[in-house]
Design a protein. Sequence first.
Length: 212
Amino acid sequence: MTPNLIKYIIVSLLFISAIGKGFAQSNQTPPKNPSVLTKADSAKAKDQYLEIKATVRQSKGEEKEGESKPLDSVLVTIYNGDIPYSELWTNKKGKCSFKLPLDKNLTIQVSKKGFVTKSISVNTKVPFDDRDAFNFSCDVDIFEEITGLDVTVLKSPIAKITYSPSLATFQYDIGYTNKVNVELKKMYKKYYKLQEMKKDSVNTGVADRPTH
């Protein structure tokens, strides 16, 4: 066997081996790129959210908490940082509902002309394995503006809602709520006193009017 023939046989075998490997690789399933969502993944992501069901009421003050009534036409604005990206209004029963995306730090602001604005902080971050469609109900009492009332405490959220891995659901941050409630009770006490003073002033003015 001549050297040229031996060289030809070796080159042919290497060529056949390369073709075989390429064919085997072409039949393998390509690795999944985790950064690319399939249609099924996208559909599943749409089913992962936090739905807030809120009721807004008019507060009559701490001592008259039982007399609060639903407020319609209250503007509920959802902020992503300082940017508002969604807003809606309460109905005649003071109710509204909306869905929030997961993995966001959001603020829900409740406002109405003539009333003091309140807000709630919502952290929708959920561990990957716990992602689902969640529901959370909350009540927000707002009260009418009144001269002389210090509402500095309301510049911060009155409550924080976060996900609890141990309960596998959303709940209020109890520690934060207890801390804020101390200041809220002081504010409501002052609010109630100012209400009474305003009421007495109006009644006195009516009594002092001359009769004809």
